[in-house]
Design a protein around this ligand. Structure first.
Ligand code: NAI
Length: 247
């Protein structure tokens, strides 16, 4: 596949963890990947790994919590590349606390990065995808958004919000050849879960039907499918990749 024919895929939170695995996978599937996160040097490390494997892409440092910089970054990518075919909203944060102790700031920050940023990027790509009559929107939610989790009222609200938004986009954009789906990971081994104690993680793994935590690459496989031509008749769905936690 020549450079001009490569589909362009933007992945947020691509500097580490699940986003890094998604970006590497989409690059190895032949996409030009646009890597987005806050830390330019970490993004450039991931880009070097991609290029070493024969992939192509670019990196864009941006704080997704800041709507003006996010919109400017999206506009600049669209004008430089001419289009975006695949959008993966993966960046996410948590600020956990039981409801009685959760501050307004912790609520707002989690909603801003997980949910509002997803809204802004989806709105930004919609026109370009409609023009091309092809698009794949894949939003990374969480099983917490489906079943709740004590200490995560803000995170669960944001992740459930992503599900409602994605189903709506599936209905609004389907007639233009654009699909919108959610991947909802369970416990995946990344920096986010490393913050939890190893006993809690071991205990959680023991209760799962598959008896282990997931790997970032296992989320990337699901995203690669939803981004592919083969998934053209799949839209408005939530694919849980969670070792059987929610079933
Ligand atoms: P991580 O904490 O390892 O990486 C998060 C990524 O988001 C990083 O690249 C970080 O730079 C980026 N990011 C965070 N805030 C940002 C901001 N304001 N502006 C720009 N970039 C920002 O997280 P992990 O574990 O890789 O998770 C990825 C996604 O998967 C998140 O949405 C998370 O909620 C979700 N998820 C993760 C699970 C897990 O067990 N690790 C379980 C369920 C969902």
């Amino acid at each position: 596949m020549g450079n001009n024919e490569r589909r362009v895929a933007l992945v947020t939170g691509a500097s580490r963890g699940i986003g890094r695995a998604i970006a590497k996978r989409l690059a190895s599937d032949g996409h030009h990947v646009v890597l987005v996160a806050r830390d330019q040097s970490r993004l450039d490390e991931v880009l070097s790994e991609i290029e070493a494997d024969g992939g192509v892409g670019e990196s864009r440092a941006c704080d997704l919590g800041d709507p003006a910089s996010l919109e400017a970054m999206m506009e600049s990518v669209l004008s430089d590349r001419g289009r975006l075919d695949v959008l993966v909203n993966n960046a996410g944060i948590n600020r956990d606390g039981l409801i009685l102790r959760m501050s307004d700031e912790d609520f707002d920050e989690v909603l801003a990065v997980n949910l509002r940023a997803t809204f802004i990027t989806c709105r930004a790509v919609a026109r370009s995808m409609m023009r091309g009559r092809w698009g794949r929107i894949i939003n990374i939610s969480s099983v917490t958004g489906l079943v709740g989790n004590p200490g995560q009222a803000n995170y669960a609200a944001a992740k459930a919000g992503m599900v409602g938004m994605t189903k709506t986009l599936a209905k609004e954009l389907g007639s233009k050849g654009i699909t919108a789906n959610v991947v909802a990971p369970g416990f995946i081994e990344t920096d986010m879960t490393e913050a939890m104690s190893s006993e809690i993680l071991a205990e959680a793994a023991k209760r799962l039907p598959l008896r282990r935590l997931g790997r970032p690459e296992e989320i990337a496989h699901a995203v690669a499918y939803l981004a592919s031509e083969d998934a053209g008749y799949v839209t408005g769905q939530v694919l849980t990749v969670d070792g059987g936690m929610v079933c």
